[in-house]
Write a protein that binds this ligand. Sequence first.
Ligand code: C2E
Ligand code: MG
Length: 301
Amino acid sequence: SRELRWLLRRADLAMYEAKSAGRNRCVEFDERMEVELGKRSALETEIRHGILAGEFIPHFQPIVELASGEVKGFEALARWQHPAKGLVAPADFLEVAETSGLIGEISMSVMQQALEAARSWPANLTIAVNLSAVQFKDPMLAQRLLRILTVTGFPARRLALEIPESCLIGGREHALGNIQRLQAQGIHIVIADFGTGYASPTHLQALPFDRIKIDHSFVRLLESDEQGDALVQAIATLGKGLSIPLSAEGIETAAIQSKLKALGCADAQGWLFAKALSPEQVDQMYPDDDCVQDQPVAKAK
Ligand code: C2E
Ligand code: MG
């Protein structure tokens, strides 16, 4: 039966490969699948250790209001402060963190640290945090998020949640319920990466989103491509029709900035303005604002 287990395991691996390649296909087992699985599970173990050791921290990319050129807030982006590899970006851990379900813990910890850091910054700044679609499987999601607001004393109206459009598709009633509960508390809901998946305008209508964020893959198309212009124009028209303000990410050039401004985009982020900054770098932007906070702050556990 050892041989049978060996055989089944390999069949399993081939099946997973077939599923992840888009289902309904035949895949033959290959040694590389075993190697890949080993790598993934090693990374998963390392991520678990990293979570326990507090190695996941937020960095902060400024969000600029295009009309005034002022920084209106920051998006918190997870970074893994790895003892050997240095600062690791989400591209190198996000997928495994999502499939293993560990992304929930990472996002919550990053959010809590971000809101704690923001206490010593000006009280008009907003903080945006990212959620993955898999996090909506957690029936406690809304409660967990609201608890972090309580613990940090951060006002709900200054928090924005960036939600991937895949949350909206196909029988995600409980995701919508969660989102509505959070929105009722005053939290802003941003639909991130709109247009990259299969969401349609109907999905936008289902909820009064506070913002549509144009994905950087579309923003990049504005550089040269006329079809890119048409695409972003279509999203802008949709936003205008539904009275949802637009923001954009991945702005690298002044030319793209002015195109987006002309399309009515309210705010933007990108390397043209700044890359994601460490908490200390943001502290240095606001040296005089130590401890101005509009609410007493509970001690975080
Ligand atoms: P995102 O939310 O779309 O974030 C934008 C990404 O584009 C960030 O990558 C940012 O560093 C990068 N970026 C910003 N400006 C520019 C630019 O001008 N040019 C280019 N080429 N890139 C730019 P990052 O930090 O590697 O994050 C990747 C993704 O990881 C994020 O995409 C977000 O979906 C996810 N993520 C980050 N932190 C968290 C988290 O705490 N929880 C969850 N669930 N997901 C997170
Ligand atoms: Mg984002």
